[in-house]
Design a protein around this ligand. Structure first.
Ligand code: ATP
Ligand code: MG
Length: 326
């Protein structure tokens, strides 16, 4: 189970941290993936673009390879049962631990005028999203690691107080480690709503990709053989590892170590490989978005599958808590 907020265009971080794993998981597991529209209200209260973003995120999920016939692909707000579970979990979540959450502290700094209770209890709703399907594997990027730890704590408390209903969920990635795709300037992570000029979006056209990469910071090159790379150069290598062939990365690594590297050439190659990687996804998104009936169908069928799974869980939850009076 996992979700993506409809707060803007999806980017390489969403792809490599989340979507790539979703696509591989769909053949091995029973999967639930959602557009986290309610979560977006904690930071994006203006809903004038919401519908547009929700449809785009759905289309982007499908364009990256998710098959709505194999998985439940749905909108968070279409699954009302989650709201009920969230309410019960709130009684098991403590104000102190919520206030200490890194993402909460970051958002407080970012939007001091809108420190709403939804922002504070974001990890509680996220836990409800996951455990409503009694999910165990949650494909997410590194930035979500702490939230998953909190989900496990809520599950442990619930099971301890009311009996074993939920398995403990954990952050999942097919590789060894959770991913964090850095922003092009190395200042943070790529993101839908922050660091936009240093983020490569799946919707970027060839020219914007080329421009963003060519203006990435470099220097006159290393002066000592086999020296460590400065952060902004490391970012270019990291991105290259994602989209270029192994031999290409190896060639530039060797040139770096032998002091013969020309960053202009490296960026040109990175830009071309990035363009080849993104173009087919962008084109598929554009064609999916033209088909309104298809998108509606996906949402309706996805919500049905999600509801069937959630109803079973909520029966167990009400029973366990002791909310049966006759
Ligand atoms: P926002 O800025 O609106 O929070 P976001 O880019 O952080 O957007 P989310 O919707 O919060 O995206 O996260 C969707 C998924 O993408 C999560 O699994 C998250 O861990 C993953 N993800 C987001 N950014 C990155 C990144 N730079 N590298 C790897 N994974 C990422
Ligand atoms: Mg985020």
């Amino acid at each position: 189970m996992s979700g993506i907020r409809p707060t803007g265009f999806l980017h390489l971080g969403n792809y490599f941290g989340a979507l790539r794993n979703y696509v591989r998981m769909q053949d091995e597991f029973e999967c639930f993936f959602m557009v986290a529209d309610i979560h977006s209200l904690t930071t994006h209260p203006d809903t004038s673009q919401l519908k547009h973003h929700v449809r785009r995120v759905l289309a982007e999920n499908i364009a990256c390879g998710l098959d709505p016939d194999k998985v439940a692909l749905y909108c968070q707000s279409h699954l009302r049962e989650t709201g009920e579970l969230y309410l019960y979990l709130n009684m098991l979540a403590y104000k102190g631990e919520l206030e200490k959450t890194v993402t909460f502290k970051d958002k407080v700094k970012l939007q001091p005028e809108n420190v709403n209770a939804g922002l504070l209890t974001y990890p509680v709703l996220q836990a409800a999203d996951i455990i409503i399907h009694r999910a165990t594997l949650v494909p997410v990027g590194k930035d979500q690691e702490q939230h998953l730890e909190m989900s496990r704590n809520f599950v442990k408390r619930f099971n301890h107080r009311y009996g074993e209903v939920f398995p403990e969920p954990r952050a999942f990635n097919f590789g060894n480690e959770l991913m964090r795709v850095p922003s092009l300037d190395g200042s943070g992570k790529m993101s839908k709503s922050e660091n936009q000029s240093a983020t490569i979006y799946l919707a970027d056209d060839d020219d914007s990709i080329r421009k963003k990469i060519m203006k990435a910071k470099t220097d006159s090159g290393p002066t000592k053989k086999n020296s460590p790379k400065p952060d902004y150069i490391e970012v270019l290598f990291q991105l290259m590892k994602l989209v270029s062939d192994e031999e290409v990365v190896k060639k530039f690594e060797e040139e770096y170590n032998n002091l013969t590297i020309r960053y202009g050439d490296m960026k040109k190659k990175l830009a071309e490989d990035m363009i080849e990687f993104i173009r087919p996804i962008r084109q598929r998104v554009e064609s999916i978005l033209k088909d309104d009936d298809y998108i509606r169908d996906v949402m309706v069928k996805g919500a049905e599958k999600a509801r069937a799974s959630a109803e079973v869980t909520m029966d167990k939850v009400r029973e366990a808590i002791g909310l049966r009076y006759y």
